[in-house]
Design a protein around this ligand. Structure first.
Ligand code: UD1
Ligand code: CA
Length: 458
C-alpha cells in the first residue's frame, strides 16, 4: 500500500495578525510547515501534497525543492473542499493521511498507528479529550461506543456540546473512499463549508469502521491559531529539548531558561547556565561548561571547553580545553586549537588560532593564521581590510605581540618573534626578531606646564 500525505495549509490565519503566512511562523527557529513535512517523511510517504491558498507564493518559495506537490485552493470553502483539490492527483490505492500545516508536533508513532488502521474497511481517526472542547468538532458515539459522526461546534446540539472528545482533524483514509465521498459533501451547515468531517458519517453508513487513535500528549495535536498558542507550543517544545539534554548528561541551571532552535548534540557532564540559546547545528563535547547568556550558532565545541558569560559563537570550531569569554565574539571561520584562550572583548573571524595561544583582551583577529603558544597583547588589531580587499596576517609559533599593536595585512610575523607594544607593523618580521615600530620616546627636561591666570574664569 502506498501512503500519500495531504497537508492542509490554505487558511489565512487571521488571528496571527501577521503578513507572514501562518505556516511559515517559526517554532524553535523552523517554520511550522517544516515540522509537518518532517512528519510526512517519518511515515515514509510516497507523495506529499500541500494545499495552499493565502500567501501561497511565500509558502512555496520557503519549501521549494523539497519534492512537495503544491495544490492551489483559490477559495477556502472548508476542509473537505481543500482535500478534494488534492485528491485528483492521488493514486486510487493509496492510504491518504490528512495533516494540518498548523499542527506541528504530531509524532510519527501516532501517525503510523493511524495508517496501520486504514484500509477498505477502516478509517483511522485521531481524537483527543479536552477540558475545554469549545470550537472543536465533537466526536459522536453510538450506544455501542462506536463513532458514528463528527459534529462541528457551530452545528452541535446542547448535549453534543457536552462531549469532551474532539476531532483533531488528522485522519487516515483510503483514497478510493475519498474519490466517492468528497464529491458527495454538501455545504448545508452553519458555516456554509464543505466539511471533511462529514465523511465520517458516510463511512459509517457504508459499514466502514472508525478506528480511533489518541495521542500520548495533547500537545501533539495542538494547533496554532494565534501567537499565544504558538508560544504555548514553543515552551512545550523547549521543555522537551531540555529534558532530552538532561537525560543525555547535561546539568541545566534552569530547564525553563534554555532554547534550542535546531539540533544540539552533547557529550556527558556538561553544565549550561541560564539563558543560553543554540541555533542551527551545534555539537558540545563532554565536560563543557557554558556560562549565562551565551549564543551558539552552528558551532562545534570540544571536550572540557569553558565558555564564559555573554559570549557569542557562530560557525566556530573549538578544540578541547579552550577557554572563551566572558564577552567574546567568535565569528564564522574561527578555528581554535586545543587549550587556546580567547578573553573578554575579543572578536575573531576567519582565524586559525594555534594550540595554547592566548588572545586575552580587547582584540580583533581576522583573516589570520596564528601558530601555537602565541601571546597576543591587549588591544591588538589585525588591519585586514583596506576598504576594498581583505588581507591575511600570519604569526609563527611562540611569538609575542605587545599590547596596542596594529598588524597591517598582508603581513607575516615569524616564529618566536617579539613585537614591541604600540607598534604599527607594516612589513614582515623574521623568526626570532624584535620589531619595534612606534615613535621614539623623547624626554624634555625642565618642562614648564602652562599655568592658569589667577583672574581667568574656571
Ligand atoms: C477543523 C475540523 C474540526 C476540528 C478542528 C481541529 C472540519 C470541518 N472541522 O475545524 O472538527 O476539531 O479542525 O482543529 O474539518 N483549511 C484549508 N482550506 C480550507 C479550510 C481549512 O486549507 O478551505 C486548513 C486550514 O489552513 C487549517 C486546517 O485546514 O490548517 C483546519 O482549518 P480550520 O479552519 O482551522 O478548521 P476548524 O474549523 O478549526
Ligand atoms: Ca483551527
Amino acid at each position: 500500500m502506498t501512503i500519500e500525505v495531504v497537508i492542509l495549509a490554505a487558511g489565512q490565519g487571521t488571528r496571527m495578525r501577521s503578513k507572514l503566512p501562518k505556516v511559515l511562523h517559526p517554532l524553535a527557529g523552523k517554520p511550522l510547515l517544516g515540522y509537518v513535512l518532517d512528519a510526512a517523511h517519518a511515515v515514509s510517504a510516497d507523495a506529499v501534497h500541500v494545499v495552499v491558498g493565502h500567501g501561497s507564493e511565500a509558502v512555496r518559495a520557503a519549501f521549494a525543492e523539497q519534492g512537495v506537490q503544491w495544490v492551489e485552493q483559490r477559495e477556502q470553502k472548508g476542509t473537505g473542499h481543500a482535500v478534494a483539490q488534492a485528491i485528483p492527483q492521488v493514486n486510487d490505492d493509496a492510504a491518504v493521511l490528512v495533516l494540518y500545516g498548523d499542527v506541528p508536533l504530531v509524532s510519527a508513532d501516532t501517525l503510523k498507528e493511524l495508517l496501520a488502521n486504514c484500509d477498505d474497511g477502516n478509517l483511522g481517526l485521531l481524537t483527543v479529550e479536552l477540558d475545554d472542547p469549545s470550537g472543536y468538532g465533537r466526536i459522536v458515539r453510538g450506544n455501542d461506543e462506536r463513532v458514528t459522526a463528527i459534529v462541528e461546534h457551530k452545528d452541535a446540539s446542547p448535549s453534543e456540546l457536552e462531549v469532551r472528545e474532539v476531532n483533531t482533524g488528522i485522519m487516515a483514509v483510503k483514497a478510493s473512499h475519498l474519490h466517492r465521498w468528497l464529491p458527495a459533501l454538501s455545504a448545508d451547515n452553519a458555516q456554509g463549508e464543505y466539511y471533511l468531517t462529514d465523511i465520517v458519517g458516510m463511512a459509517v453508513a457504508e459499514g466502514v469502521h472508525i478506528h480511533v487513535v489518541q495521542p500520548d500528549s495533547h500537545w501533539e495535536v495542538q494547533g496554532v491559531n494565534d501567537r499565544r498558542q504558538l508560544n504555548g507550543l514553543e515552551r512545550y517544545y523547549q521543555q522537551q529539548q531540555a529534558q532530552k539534554l538532561m537525560a543525555a548528561g547535561a546539568t541545566l541551571a534552569d530547564s525553563a531558561r534554555i532554547d534550542v532552535r535546531g539540533e544540539l548534540e552533547i557529550g556527558q557532564d556538561l553544565f549550561i547556565d541560564v539563558n543560553c540559546v543554540f541555533e542551527g547545528r551545534n555539537r558540545l563535547g563532554s565536560e563543557v561548561r557554558i556560562g549565562p547568556n551565551c549564543l551558539l550558532i552552528n558551532s562545534t565545541i570540544g571536550d572540557g571547553v569553558e565558555i564564559k558569560a555573554n559570549s557569542v559563537l557562530e560557525d566556530a570550531v573549538v578544540d578541547n580545553d579552550c577557554v572563551i569569554g566572558p564577552f567574546a565574539r567568535l565569528r564564522p571561520g574561527t578555528v581554535l586549537a586545543a587549550e587556546a584562550k580567547i578573553g573578554n572583548f575579543v572578536e575573531t573571524k576567519k582565524a586559525n588560532i594555534g594550540r595554547g595561544s592566548k588572545v586575552n583582551h580587547l582584540t580583533y583577529i581576522g583573516d589570520s593564521e596564528i601558530g601555537d603558544a602565541v601571546n597576543i597583547g591587549a588591544g591588538t588589531i589585525t588591519c585586514n581590510y583596506d576598504g576594498v580587499n581583505k588581507f591575511k596576517t600570519e604569526i609563527g609559533d611562540g611569538t609575542f605581540i605587545g599590547s596596542n599593536t596594529s598588524l597591517v595585512a598582508p603581513v607575516r610575523i615569524g616564529a618566536r618573534a617579539t613585537v614591541g607594544a604600540g607598534s604599527t607593523v607594516t612589513s614582515d618580521v623574521g623568526d626570532g626578531e624584535l620589531a619595534v615600530a612606534r615613535g621614539k620616546q623623547r624626554n624634555i627636561g625642565n618642562w614648564k606646564r602652562p599655568e592658569k591666570n589667577k583672574h581667568q574664569d574656571d
